[in-house]
Design a binder for this molecule. Sequence first.
Ligand SMILES: [Zn+2]
Ligand SMILES: [Zn+2]
Length: 293
Amino acid sequence: MQGHGRTGQRKTDRRAAQQSAAPSGSAAAQRGRAGPEVYAPAWDTARRTLARAARLWPALLPSACLVCGDLQRDVVCARCATALLRPSPHRPRCPRCAMPGSTGLCGTCADDDPIDATLTLGDYASPFDRLILGLKFGARLPAAGWIAAQMAAQMAAEMTAQMAAHTAAARRASTLPDLLLPIPLAPHRLAERGFNQAWEIARPLARRLGIGSSATLLCRQRDTPSQRALDLAARHANLRDAFSLISDLSVAGAHVGLVDDVMTTGATLREAARVLKAHGAVRVTAIVALRTP
Ligand SMILES: [Zn+2]
Ligand SMILES: [Zn+2]
């Protein structure tokens, strides 16, 4: 507001200077306009051109595709994006956990699984794992925005398809989450990395979907030792009491979208979903960039 005020004041000053220098319509007035009024619009045009160039600069600069390394102008080149996002009707996924190769529920998902559905862009496998590795360990944060944009487009397309279905279950599944929560990092890991990759995806995704999000509602109570060497039962035991909610008011009766970069066994997402359901969430959809096949 203050800036507008100053600009307005400068314009007023210029007009006042011209008006005081020459009466309107006179030759002097014409010269007056040919004075400051020639230079001011030119400067204004130059300033606007520079501002436009600064906005376009990132799109004009070539950047390496995070997946194949080809120089082009997006986070992921068109060829890699098509390969990752192409629909695979002959490779169905478990409707609850998105495990590929399963027509119905996979062997891991129970009927009362705390996760109701999982959405993913594709498999966490070479070469697309580079997208996540670049984001997480190379701090290539634009990858998160790219993932969010693709996920929002996929969610919109799935909603349209499901809304056309006639079963109540399909229509229920077609609703967008009421809010998005990222899987939180342990505080020391957040301090080390400087950002939570799940929140970097959740924030722009929520903005695109026009829904709420919170980086802090779901908290990591304690750090959990690495899950890699543990079997499924040990993973669940390892994660018990790992998460808590700072308030149960926000999720009671809500459809929550739980966002993470990768789903491996799903133990972490299931434990977080279990906590959300215990606090009254009616539906939990896991939204993961990539899924370990
Ligand atoms: Zn590429
Ligand atoms: Zn499953």
